[in-house]
Design a protein around this ligand. Structure first.
Ligand code: HEC
Length: 190
């Protein structure tokens, strides 16, 4: 094979779409990381509320969650973040265009009666930097979350004071249980 045909063969190979089997495997692996992350956060939240009350649970969403997301990202070599259409912390939680589209679609799916607990979406996307596998798992608002993400009447005064001080641009209130609070977003270079 001459150099030119070898080159075109390599180019053809690199353009081969990810097979359905591979995409399913990537989704399985992503889910296997996203689900325990969510479960552990809910457990940390319950523990913090039980031990020190609502105000002390702020650290779970503020410190523990971003730290866990960072640890997982480093360990897996992926990018794992929590994103939302209505963010409390715009620095960490602002969704990119793909994430916004998926989160809006999740809301539409909930409106049609689908349960957020099992809701997910994944896709291989082509970007200038190369192909990437993207996965999003819905984060449902649970009853324990309304203390800090519910209506004004549901948020205790001491918590409200802390939130107003730390997040003057907070948009992450007014949620009811069963709504989509956001998503766990995973991006993996292929
Ligand atoms: C005690 C208060 C408190 C409780 C309870 C709480 N959160 Fe949060 N949440 C916060 C704070 C504070 C932030 C901002 C974190 C940061 O600075 O990155 C936040 C941020 C988030 C974010 C990241 C996106 C954003 O808006 O910045 C998600 C997702 C989230 N919370 C989901 C939940 C879910 C789901 C529950 C219930 C299981 C929950 N939270 C319970 C205080 C709370």
């Amino acid at each position: 094979m001459n150099k030119k045909s070898l080159l075109s063969l390599l180019l053809a190979l690199s353009a081969t779409p990810v097979l359905a089997d591979d995409a399913a495997k990537l989704a399985d692996e992503s889910r296997a990381v996203a689900m325990p992350f969510l479960k552990q956060l809910a457990a940390e939240n319950q523990k913090a509320v039980a031990e020190g009350g609502a105000e002390s649970a702020i650290k779970v969403c503020k410190e523990i969650a971003p730290k866990m997301a960072g640890d997982i990202s480093r360990k897996q070599g992926w990018k794992l973040t929590r994103v939302s259409l209505k963010v409390r912390n715009p620095l960490l939680g602002t969704p990119d265009v793909w994430e916004q589209k998926v989160l809006k679609d999740f809301e539409a799916r909930v409106a049609k009666g689908e349960k957020p607990e099992t809701m997910e979406f994944s896709e291989v996307v082509q970007e200038p930097a190369g192909n990437a596998f993207r996965y999003m798992k819905a984060i449902a608002l649970q009853p324990g979350c309304v203390t800090c993400h519910g209506s004004a009447e549901q948020i205790p005064e001491n918590v409200k004071a802390r939130l107003t001080e730390d997040y003057p641009h907070d948009q992450a209130t007014g949620y009811a249980p069963g709504q989509i609070r956001g998503g766990i977003s995973i991006k993996r270079a292929l």
